[in-house]
Design a protein around this ligand. Structure first.
Ligand code: PMP
Length: 307
């Protein structure tokens, strides 16, 4: 997806012009994939730009780093303030936010000890990941031949750069087969998630999503949708799901910061339910968008106003 540059990037505590936020080709993470990142969104609200669940995202960044033994040289409060200041400096009302911590230039070989931990925060305008049309009509999905990384191989709960090689393989395979997105199964053949989204389905009025033990990332959008569904009195179950369960579902959708709440209308060429956005999906999607845009007073605690 093409990028729309903004003016400034927060890079190791300083603001640098977009074009100047560069690294050496011997940046350790570039070679070996050991880095951690986040994806966050800031939405325009009546009270100005607001970041959705900022603290939860920055805490997850710190947790990801801790899980792989990386020490981020900036604290949680410092990074929260840095994200807000980056949005203010760029005078942007709605954006995607990408904090990344990576091993920089200084050592080579697999042991990153001695390499500096660099941190950057980049913001840019980014429309919904699976397209506006996808939000309304739903997307077409392929069950990937690539399986979701197993916890004995890489930590699926950490947003580690290397993990996304697995996601890229699944994404590119789905696109080259003419689909919009992939769903990855785990090694037991149970549904894990999308390459960058969690998966939900609805059957007989019950909302279901795979548990973390299936390989699903504890998505912040996933958590928000579960809370909203509970508040709405929609029955909810976290349970292992098979492809068969999904094909027999009445509705299905993806959740993620980038993909927001995107209906799934087809899996492997077969329609899910009526092959259109289902009523529960539409209801949860509406509440989610009202929430992130500050139109729902019930969930104001999730918004971090920038100015
Ligand atoms: N799974 C993966 C692999 C992801 O990268 C993401 C995006 N962070 C998600 C699920 C959705 O998580 P969230 O709702 O926190 O963006």
């Amino acid at each position: 997806m093409a990028l729309t540059p903004t003016k400034f990037i927060w890079f190791n505590g300083e603001f640098v012009p977009w074009e100047e936020a560069k690294v050496h080709v011997l940046t350790h993470t570039l070679h070996y994939g050991m880095g951690v990142f986040e994806g966050i969104r800031c939405y325009k609200t009546e009270r100005g730009p607001a970041v959705f669940r900022l603290k939860d995202h920055i805490e997850r960044l710190h947790n990801s780093a801790r899980m792989v033994g990386m020490k981020i040289p900036y604290g949680i409060e410092e990074l929260i303030e840095a994200v807000k200041e980056t949005i203010r400096r760029n005078q942007i009302e709605e954006c995607y936010i990408r904090p990344i911590a990576f091993y920089g230039y200084g050592v080579m070989g697999l042991n990153p000890a001695g390499a500096p931990v660099n941190v950057a925060i980049v913001v840019w305008p980014w429309g919904t990941y699976l397209g506006e049309e996808g939000l309304k009509r739903g997307v077409r999905v392929k069950i990937s031949p690539w399986r979701r990384i197993h916890p004995l191989i890489l930590p699926p709960q950490a947003k580690v750069v290397a993990n996304y090689a697995n996601s890229i393989l699944a994404k590119v395979d789905a696109l080259s087969s003419g689909y919009d997105e992939a769903i990855l199964l785990n090694l037991d053949g149970k549904i894990a998630e999308g390459p960058g989204e969690n998966v939900f389905m609805v059957k007989d009025g019950v909302l279901c999503t795979p548990p973390v033990s299936s390989g699903a990332l504890i998505g912040i959008t996933r958590d928000s949708i579960i809370r909203i569904a509970r508040d709405e009195g929609i029955p909810f179950e976290e349970r292992e799901l098979t492809v068969d369960d999904l094909l027999g579902a009445d509705e299905a959708f993806f959740t993620g910061t980038a993909a927001e709440v995107t209906p799934i209308r087809e899996v492997d060429g077969k329609p899910i339910g009526a092959g259109v956005r289902g009523p529960i999906t539409e209801r949860l999607q509406r509440i989610y968008f009202d929430t992130v845009r500050g139109r729902n007073s019930k969930y104001l605690e999730w918004l971090d106003f920038v100015s």
